[in-house]
Design a protein around this ligand. Structure first.
Ligand code: IPD
Ligand code: CA
Length: 266
């Protein structure tokens, strides 16, 4: 079975197991601080267990790097790493805001740039985004590309959750110059929507985002023809450690990148 098929099946199983849970009291149950540093909610635990059970069932030889469960070695001769944020947008999921997803990626080495496959499922409706290296990115079964034409409305995604006053000041010209700034609360799903052409640029300069939140989005954005850069505008890369936090910019083309960066820097 191809890795992408394994991730797709795992993602489908998460959807089946949590789709009726969002917004219920049961979703919120507190399981203490997870490996990623946030409180693990019952919905997070159920979703992660679904993936771990499935990977064990098919004897997939890998090391899982889960946001809640931490590093789980399912084999002593692993083919690579399954990078799992079983629920991205946990706060939305617990409250019942219909914008949360699962994010599963596969990397052959301990670095973002070695990711070969990624799947993001919108858990409020089961829609799936997926990509494999050099094979393109897909939304359900349709190939997707970032938005290359001049859009009717330019949509700029910016994650400002917990941003410092210095960062807000730096970003202020963008807020001032663009009418259509968006932030929905699940980074992975926002990256997937960007890859599908629904946003022109997506910016997260908080230096807070974990590898689990961006791993699948990383390959989906690249395979959809998007640029994914760090805060110094170099190609984004990082190790897969639990301590790693990154900033990144996903841009549909050089023009929107230059336009946006000139506003940030001025
Ligand atoms: C969160 C979401 C959110 C971002 C936070 C992340 P989680 O992921 O991606 O958009 O602002 O920094 O922690 O905790 O729901 O998996
Ligand atoms: Ca999560």
């Amino acid at each position: 079975m191809d890795v992408i098929e394994i991730l797709r099946e795992a993602s489908n199983r998460i959807y089946e197991n949590v789709k009726d849970l969002a917004g219920t009291e049961d979703a919120a149950g507190d399981f203490g601080i997870g490996a990623g540093g946030d409180i693990s909610r019952n919905i997070d635990i159920i979703a992660e267990k679904t993936v771990l059970d499935y990977l064990k069932e098919i004897n997939f030889e890998c090391v899982v790097l889960g946001e809640e469960c931490g590093r789980v070695e399912l084999s002593d001769k692993p083919q690579g790493f399954v990078i799992m944020d079983a629920i991205d947008g946990s706060a939305n999921a617990v409250r019942g805001v219909p914008f949360f997803c699962s994010s599963l990626a596969f990397a052959t080495e301990d670095k973002l740039s070695s990711i070969t496959d990624g799947v993001i499922t919108n858990l409020s409706n089961g829609e799936m985004y997926w990509a494999s290296k050099n094979k393109g990115a897909f939304f359900n079964n349709k190939q997707i590309k970032v938005h290359k034409k001049d859009p009717v409305y330019k949509i700029v995604g910016i994650n400002t959750s917990g941003a410092s006053i210095e960062l807000m000041n730096k970003l202020h010209p963008i807020f001032k110059n663009h009418d259509h700034i968006r932030h929905f609360g699940a980074n992975a799903l926002e990256m997937a929507m960007f890859a599908r052409g629904l946003m022109d640029i997506f910016i997260d300069l908080r230096n807070k985002i974990r590898i689990q939140d961006i791993a699948a989005g990383y390959v989906i954005v690249k395979e959809a023809g998007g640029m994914i850069l760090d805060e110094n505008l170099n190609p984004l890369d990082a190790d897969l450690s639990y301590e790693t936090r990154v900033s990144f910019i996903a841009a549909a083309n050089q023009e929107i990148l230059d336009e946006t960066m000139s506003q940030i820097n001025n």
